[in-house]
Design a protein around this ligand. Structure first.
Ligand code: 13P
Length: 254
């Protein structure tokens, strides 16, 4: 039985005051979910607010994740942040290969693979994001793209290591656009991903790994999305910046 998982990706939003305020409101509103331990809840603030948000959430069971990570442990890599630095300030998760990093910043599968690998080795739990562009969906390339993202992103990792990974399917055309994949469209791809992981590793891993959906997830579509057999939770962008909306989504997952 896979535990539902709701993660909020704050992207490049909030400031030193509103990040802590948002975290505190989520923590107090999610007390029931946290106490029952029935849902994994994680927020991913910008790097500079990670420490204050971690502190604000320290009495709750809400986890904190980074939006990105670098693969080297330390050294002359100006501007980068290592897995051990993130661990040091109480981070447990990190996003790897978010579509904005792939398509805006230009990250390659090879770089993302290094980040996923270094995260696991460094004791972080990576959330590997995969998903197709609109043009790729229209050209019926969704499964091809998702296969490439998964195979390249997880290259060289054993089944044991991959068991630390959560997958997030985020169709790029549904991110921040208000266009959500229908529950059926999302379920189809999630099921494809689960089967593929079964072929790449084994049935147990495929059965246990959590696959989140992301892309305009909101309180009004969360229940139907999470009601699909292969959708284990949501990676929420815009709606995670509003405490009431994020809490309503967490409630749906309970
Ligand atoms: P939106 O929920 O704003 O579409 O963003 C989704 C996302 O990119 C989460 O990582």
């Amino acid at each position: 039985m896979r535990k539902p998982f709701v993660a909020g990706n704050w992207k490049m939003n909030t400031d030193s005051y509103t990040s802590v305020e948002l975290a505190e409101r989520i923590a107090s509103g999610a007390m029931e979910a946290a106490a029952s331990g029935s849902v994994t809840v994680v927020v991913c603030p910008p790097f500079v607010y990670l420490q204050s948000v971690t502190k604000a959430l320290s009495a709750s069971s809400i986890g904190v994740g980074a939006q990105d990570v670098y693969y080297e442990p330390k050294g002359a890599f100006t501007g980068e942040i290592s897995p051990s630095m993130l661990k040091d300030i109480g981070c447990t998760y990190c996003l790897c290969g978010h579509s904005e990093r792939r398509h805006v910043i230009g990250e390659t599968d090879e770089l993302i693979n290094k980040k996923v690998t270094a995260s696991i080795v460094g004791g972080l739990l990576p959330i590997l994001c995969v998903g197709e562009l609109l043009s790729e969906r229209e050209a019926s390339q969704t499964n091809v793209v998702v296969t490439r993202h998964l195979k390249n992103g997880l290259a060289g990792l054993s089944a044991e290591k991959v068991s630390a990974v959560t997958i997030a399917y985020e169709p790029v055309w549904a991110i921040g656009t208000g266009l959500t994949a229908t529950p059926q469209q999302a379920q189809e791809v999630h099921n494809f991903i689960r089967k593929l992981l079964g072929q790449m590793y084994n049935d147990q891993l495929a059965e246990e790994i959590r696959i989140l959906y992301g892309g305009s997830a909101k309180p009004n579509n969360a229940a139907e999305l999470m009601g699909q057999p292969d959708i284990d939770g949501l990676l929420v962008g815009g709606a995670s910046l509003k405490a009431d909306d994020f809490l309503a989504i967490i409630q749906t997952a309970m």
